[in-house]
Design a protein around this ligand. Structure first.
Ligand SMILES: NC(=O)c1ccc[n+]([C@@H]2O[C@H](COP(=O)([O-])OP(=O)(O)OC[C@H]3O[C@@H](n4cnc5c(N)ncnc54)[C@H](OP(=O)(O)O)[C@@H]3O)[C@@H](O)[C@H]2O)c1
Length: 311
């Protein structure tokens, strides 16, 4: 198979394009002919070594995929009788597994969901990890309720864009942060109020909110505690594996456990079918140009999603 892979960690230039052996579907797995893979922010962090040191090369990045089932693993069992070669599927690889920047990937069958008819592979993958993360963060972790107010940091990003729409669907009021060029975009997603974080200090603009969903990291994460009401809660996905420690004792800091499950992919499809969420703007790159896609991702100002077109 063709794959974008690396033999060492480092800058975008370590991503090479070439041939690697096809992965085989093991018991309980399917092998998928990948048509599209997202470039997620996690990918350049793994590539550069800011997450963990990789020792097993060649290494293929890529956490979510959309494609067509090529093979069902031997002994796959009752759990996969509903998937067969030829079925279009999308999903997120198991936590700790990567490899979607390739023409073929083996994945636990119970993590893959049927790709809704009418979605291209690029559209399906654009909603996969981003949708999963937003659903786990808002519904399962923050348990956001109708009538509450939430601050969503970094509204123009892939995860946050889904989260704005989901929060509105739940019935919350949404305040978000974005640079001026993205204000119309995030308002179009449903944001009730947008703060231009380059011109305004969000801690001076908003206070006493019920919840924060923090997708930016660094200083933005630390200062997010300031805008919560007593009893408020904040969920952090850009501050590593642990939520930052709150500087006050009357709020809760949460780190969503973004566990993979087919039901979450089905929830993404359900939200789309209900008209609650739309497909974000997608910028595509051919798989062979994964390094260029990483340069855009690492620039941290892409609106919507980056997708690699694999076939
Ligand atoms: N399983 C997990 O835990 C999980 C899953 C997915 C993502 N994540 C993490 O979540 C974070 C977001 O991921 P993503 O893929 O959604 O990111 P992304 O799409 O790369 O986010 C880019 C967006 O961030 C905005 N932005 C940059 N700096 C900002 C600031 N200071 N204030 C407000 N907005 C800012 C930019 O908008 P402007 O141009 O308007 O600045 C841009 O649209 C990443 O750190 C990623 O690693 C974690």
């Amino acid at each position: 198979m063709k794959a974008a892979y690396m033999n060492e960690q480092g800058g975008p230039e370590v991503l090479q394009y070439g041939d690697l052996p096809d992965p085989q579907a093991g018991p309980g797995e399917i092998a998928v002919d990948v048509h599209a893979a997202s470039v997620n922010a996690a990918d350049w962090k793994v590539r550069s070594g800011s997450y963990a040191r990789i020792t097993d090369f060649p290494y293929v990045l890529g956490r979510d995929f959309s494609g067509v089932v090529a093979e069902v693993g031997a002994g796959a069992g009752a759990g996969v009788t509903d998937l067969a070669p030829g079925d279009p599927v999308f999903g997120v690889l198991d936590a700790g597994q990567e490899g979607a920047y390739a023409e073929k990937v083996a994945v636990r069958a119970d993590l893959a969901a049927r790709k809704p008819e009418g979605w291209s592979h690029e559209e399906a993958v654009a909603l996969a990890l981003a949708g999963l993360t937003a659903i786990v963060s808002l519904e399962d972790t923050l348990k956001l309720q109708a009538g509450e107010t939430i601050v969503i940091q970094g509204g123009a990003g892939g995860v946050a864009g889904f989260a704005i729409q989901l929060a509105k669907h739940i019935g919350a009021t949404v305040v978000t942060t974005a640079s001026a060029a993205n204000h119309d975009y995030v308002k179009g997603l449903g944001a009730d109020r947008v703060i231009d974080y380059r011109a305004q200090d969000f801690t001076q603009e908003v206070s006493g909110v019920d919840a924060v969903f923090e997708t930016v990291g660094g200083d933005v994460a630390r200062r997010s505690f300031d805008v919560l009401r007593p009893g408020g809660r904040a969920a952090f996905i850009a501050s590593g594996g642990q939520a930052p420690k709150p500087p006050r004792s009357d709020v809760t800091a949460l780190r969503p456990n973004v566990a993979r499950a087919r039901r979450h992919m089905e929830r993404v499809a359900e939200l789309f079918a209900a008209g609650a969420v739309t497909v974000p703007p997608i910028r595509t790159f051919p798989l062979a140009e994964a390094a260029d896609a990483h340069r855009v991702s690492e620039g941290r100002h892409l609106r919507g999603k980056l997708v690699l077109k694999v076939r």
